[in-house]
Ligand binder design. Sequence first.
Ligand SMILES: [Zn+2]
Length: 107
Amino acid sequence: MAHCPECFKRVPFKTIFFALYPVWVTCSYCKTKLVADKFVVMEGFVLIAVTVLVCVALHLTGFPEIVKILLALPLVVVIAAVGTYITQLKGTYRRRGNKANRLPRGF
Ligand SMILES: [Zn+2]
């Protein structure tokens, strides 16, 4: 389960789903900056590959261009939602501990 190591709450679906880069998220409860494990990174690559394959497959169909675009959008959303679900289920997050975060304010 994708839990925040600070407040032990589950990282919400929308936090992962709407993150530009879901490996790096901010806990919506305690605002701790979190980083996902390698599983989530690998999952990201697999999802990108799946998205590309789906788009190529769609491109090869005989549908008109507008239909392809209208089909591609929900498909990408579904892939992202499935990815988010897997991340919540199997991914783990730990505190993002780079040097910049540890330095006191003003440095
Ligand atoms: Zn938290």
